[in-house]
Design a binder for this molecule. Structure first.
Ligand SMILES: [Zn+2]
Length: 74
């Protein structure tokens, strides 16, 4: 188990919640971004929104990212 201290969780989001969050499509790991507040699946290039600290894990709510989207590089 690796500790990632470079990612800061947005206020209201329980950091421990991220340990159980997985992409609903590929079941892969998600990368948290604070600004904008999204959870990114790099495999699917999808950004799932966070609303009031709650992750919206719906494919139809996710934003598709371009291959060169900076969210995928961070
Ligand atoms: Zn995925």
């Amino acid at each position: 188990m690796t500790e990632d201290t470079s990612t800061s969780a947005p206020a209201g989001l329980d950091r421990r919640l991220l340990d159980i969050l997985a992409c609903p499509i590929c079941k892969g790991p998600l990368v948290l971004h604070a600004e904008p507040a999204v959870l990114v699946c790099r495999a699917d290039r999808l950004a799932f929104p966070l609303r009031d600290g709650v992750a919206v894990m719906l494919e139809e709510e996710a934003r598709t990212l371009a291959a060169d989207d900076p969210l995928l590089a961070r």
